[in-house]
Design a protein around this ligand. Structure first.
Ligand code: NAD
Length: 287
């Protein structure tokens, strides 16, 4: 039986710590940290994510500022809003919920957010710092949450082999960069990795991070008994259940430690958004 890495519990502990820090700030007559969230259109999944972010802010005493724009909004209008938020002294973090409608160039939006308010860690400046191993980087929340889980469970990284499945800008690539900075030997695999090679590459891993969104991809032939698996994937089955990339029922009994889905990486992502917002606030206040 594997150790179940309880992301929900850990995320709650982090949120409690952040809440205490925010209460201290308010007691000493400082303003609360502020997060601005831009949502374009009314995609139901995005609406749920945004609502959860507001709820998380409220719980820890942070201020949130929501901007819901019409699906037909022009790129120029979104850029104008970001420019205002960049100079708004009440706001420490800005994020724009992705995906965006086709008339808006996602990269232009990411590039427009001031790097010091880029709490999603998507701006090239922060990505550059991350690749350089510079701790000043604001780091994408999901991979940051994965690293926090490894730390909290005392899972060593130095000299270990890590395999990341997926190379997206929001999960796979920053994950690989963080593991590299944590002294792992890192292999990144992706959709062009020959399917017949993937199990063998993954079996070599001390730490396996799966971030594909392909339900049940990771089966017992991908693993070894000393392995720690972080399952980032989220898929919905035909009967409405949320599952990860790992075939949990067959894999869990065979590995050392594993994150469940739900209740693993997911809750850590929002906790890291709060953490990044507080970091950004503290840096701004120290200026
Ligand atoms: P994405 O679609 O941008 O990237 C998926 C990656 O997986 C790609 O790099 C692709 O090359 C790779 N891939 C796909 N099929 C593969 C296969 N058969 N073999 C090897 N590689 C394969 O998705 P993303 O944004 O990186 O998200 C990945 C998954 O993580 C999704 O299920 C997403 O919902 C989930 N996610 C979860 C959280 C969270 O908080 N838990 C946050 C972000 C994303």
């Amino acid at each position: 039986m594997a150790i179940i890495i309880d992301g929900a519990k850990l995320a709650q502990e982090i949120r409690t710590e952040i809440k205490a820090e925010v209460e201290e700030l308010i007691k000493s007559n400082r303003r609360a940290p502020g997060l601005a969230v831009i949502q374009v259109g009314d995609d139901p999944a995005s609406t749920i994510y945004v609502r959860n972010k507001f709820k998380a802010c409220a719980e820890v005493g942070m201020e949130s500022f929501g901007f819901t724009l019409e699906d037909s909004v022009s790129e120029q209008e979104v850029l104008r809003l970001i420019s205002d938020l960049n100079t708004d002294s009440r706001i420490d973090g800005i994020l724009c919920q992705l995906p965006l409608p086709t008339q808006i160039d996602q990269n232009k939006i990411i590039f427009a957010i001031a790097p010091d308010k880029d709490v999603d860690g998507f701006h090239p400046y922060n990505v550059g710092l991350l690749l350089m191993g510079n701790p000043e980087a604001l780091v994408a929340c999901t991979p940051l949450g994965c690293m926090e889980m490894l730390k909290a469970y005392g899972i060593p990284t130095r000299g270990k082999r890590a395999v990341v499945i997926g190379r997206s800008n929001i999960v796979g690539r920053p994950m690989a960069a963080l593991l590299l900075s944590a002294d792992c030997t890192v292999t990144t695999t992706h959709s062009h990795t020959p399917a017949e090679d993937l199990p063998g590459i993954c079996r070599e891993a001390d730490i396996l991070v799966a971030a594909t969104g392909k339900a049940g991809l990771i089966t017992p032939d991908f693993i070894n008994s000393d392995q720690v698996i972080l399952d980032v994937g989220i898929s919905r089955t035909a009967d409405g259940k949320i599952v990860g990339d790992v075939d949990f029922a067959t894999v869990e009994p065979l590995v050392k430690a594993i994150t469940p889905v739900p209740g693993g990486v997911g809750p850590m992502t929002i906790a890291m958004l709060l953490k990044n917002t507080l970091t950004s606030y503290r840096r701004r206040m120290a200026d």
